[in-house]
Write a protein that binds this ligand. Structure first.
Ligand SMILES: Cc1cc2nc3c(=O)[nH]c(=O)nc-3n(C[C@H](O)[C@H](O)[C@H](O)COP(=O)(O)OP(=O)(O)OC[C@H]3O[C@@H](n4cnc5c(N)ncnc54)[C@H](O)[C@@H]3O)c2cc1C
Length: 504
């Protein structure tokens, strides 16, 4: 069923049930482990329905991979530094619905503008401004892209390309989870330029190396972001830092509903019943636990919880196989002058060894813009999504800055006034064959639910939207246990245009 949702065309996966009570009857308690998108979504939506929730977050602030924290520059100015620039795509129906709770019009989001892919070898291309509806978007992209001349299109293996348009949760994973994304793309027979500019860039943005990544997972992401996305590839970004725009308002709303947030509290063990033990020796109990930590942390908590392995051997085995992928690097640089005016807010980079994207923060975020105007400089953020292992943040900054100079010559003579740089290793791996052991939201541990961007999902979703959607499914499972109606869940069309129709 297709419905319009805030001006967007969305597919309703879970309907609300006005015939059921909105809130749980009687006292129900839950502990949510992890305060990123998944954890805060779960905590807030449970609290809305009358569940008494305690949210435990290891770090000093909420947000996880979307967090922001304060830093003082050598010039004495105070800035919020984010975990990295994020694109809020318009088909993120569930995450946007969570955000609408703090700002019904999502007025803190602004279109990020054209979205070019740049390289040293070829002129830039853009995904922006394409028709919204598939397959018109695909046809328009192929027709207008200089990477795809008619002559070259003839070399394309149409049969090999069919799975792109025929996504189906069961069939696609059955056929392609055992194939690497690289082998799948190789078989398409794309001309090298189209492969590099249109497909490799897209695949790299999923934080995994093509050689290791499941082709099924990549096909799902193509389906979700492009081939079945009725909102187009344009995206929005907050005009304020993420703490101001997202986390403080969500926290206030949760606390107003009686929810309790404890930051700086690291969970060590979870034992059936349910008892959650935190570093320092304290134990808390609740009827339900939502484990919304990042994949590596979820695996470590399960490994330290012997009772969980006895109680739920399937889940324990699945969590033991959850993996993190290549490191990613985020470097934010405050410089002494601006880039050329025609540079986009966000550019994807093709064919550089390290650099995958460039964000001009001062052209989208209010505070960065104020600093840049005052200082006459720019605030540039560089990302490597699947970086080489074993390098320090400083080494990765140096490489990315060097590569930037080859792409945008005006940066070569800039003076860098300050750098904030990090390497992260908490992004989920979607390795070849991993779907078979990937745990879903509902587990064989009665009362324990999983949420996060690494959890197995029944409909297409990725990254921030996967984190929020899995959390809503976890909340709905708890509400169902207590006779309350579910929250609505939305998706893009779950199947590809050419997917074979299923027998009912
Ligand atoms: C550089 C970068 C750029 C990105 N760009 C985009 C983008 O453009 N679009 C997009 O959709 N997504 C993007 N993402 C991905 C997005 O950030 C994630 O998909 C999303 O934030 C995951 O949310 P989560 O709640 O599942 O996990 P997390 O954000 O990892 O949250 C898990 C939380 O659990 C906490 N935790 C861990 N262990 C414990 C413990 N033992 N006890 C208590 N708490 C614990 C962690 O501290 C963390 O706060 C990007 C990510 C990065 C790193």
């Amino acid at each position: 069923m297709i419905r319009r949702l805030g001006g967007e065309r969305a597919h309703l996966v879970v309907r609300s049930r006005p015939d059921l009570p909105r809130t749980v009857t009687g006292p129900v308690t839950a502990i949510v482990v992890g305060g990123g998108i998944a954890g805060v979504t779960a905590a807030l939506l449970l609290a809305e329905r009358g569940v008494t929730v305690t949210l435990l977050e290891r770090e000093a602030q909420l947000g996880g991979r979307l967090a922001a924290w304060p830093r003082t520059l050598p010039d004495g100015t105070r800035h919020m530094v984010e975990h990295g620039f994020h694109g809020f795509f318009r088909q993120y129906y569930n995450w946007r619905n969570v955000l609408r709770r703090i700002d019904p019009r999502l007025s803190f989001l602004r279109p990020a503008g054209r979205y070019p892919i740049i390289s040293q070898e070829w002129p830039e291309e853009s995904f922006a401004g394409l028709p919204r509806t598939p397959p018109a978007n695909l046809l328009a992209l192929l027709a207008r892209s200089p990477s795809m001349r008619l002559r070259e299109l003839r070399g394309l293996d149409g049969t090999a390309a069919l799975p792109l348009l025929s996504y189906d949760r069961e069939e696609t994973y059955r056929r392609f989870d055992g194939v690497s994304a690289k082998d799948f793309l190789d078989a398409l027979g794309m001309p090298p330029r189209a492969r590099a500019m249109l497909f490799d860039v897209f695949a790299h943005s999923f934080f995994n190396h093509q050689e290791d990544m499941s082709a099924a997972e990549m096909l799902m992401q193509f389906h979700f972001y492009f081939l079945r996305n009725p909102e187009g590839l344009d995206f929005d970004a907050p005009t304020e830092d993420y703490e101001t725009a997202v986390w403080s308002p969500l926290a206030r709303q949760f606390e107003a509903l009686g929810g309790r947030i404890r930051t700086g509290v690291a969970v060590e063990r979870i034992e059936p019943g349910w008892t959650v033990s935190v570093r320092g020796g304290e134990s808390l109990t609740a009827d339900h636990v939502v484990l919304a930590a990042d994949p590596g942390a979820a695996r470590a908590i399960a490994a330290a919880s012997p009772g969980l392995a006895r109680h739920a051997p399937v889940l324990a085995g699945q969590l033991a196989s959850v993996a993190t992928t290549a490191p990613y690097a985020v470097s934010r640089l405050w410089t002494d002058r601006d880039c050329r005016p025609e540079r986009a807010v966000f550019s994807s980079v093709s064919r550089e060894a390290t650099l995958d994207s460039i964000t001009l923060y001062h052209r989208i975020e209010r505070a960065a813009g104020q600093w840049a105007r005052r200082a006459g400089g720019s605030v540039i953020e560089l990302h490597a999504y699947a970086a080489p292992t074993g390098l320090t943040a400083a080494e990765l900054t140096k490489r990315m800055w060097g590569e930037l100079g080859g792409l945008w010559p005006e940066t070569v003579d800039m003076t860098i006034r300050h750098v904030e740089e990090r390497v992260g290793d908490d992004a989920p791996a979607f390795d070849v064959g991993s779907d078979a052991t990937r745990p879903g939201v509902v587990t064989d541990a009665d009362g324990l639910y999983l949420a996060g961007d690494w959890v197995r999902m029944p409909f297409p979703s990725a990254l921030m939207e996967r984190a929020a959607s899995s959390a809503i499914l976890a909340v709905n499972a708890i509400l169902d246990r207590h006779g309350a109606g579910p929250h609505q869940v939305w998706s893009v069309a779950p199947r590809g245009l050419l997917a074979r129709s299923r027998r009912p």
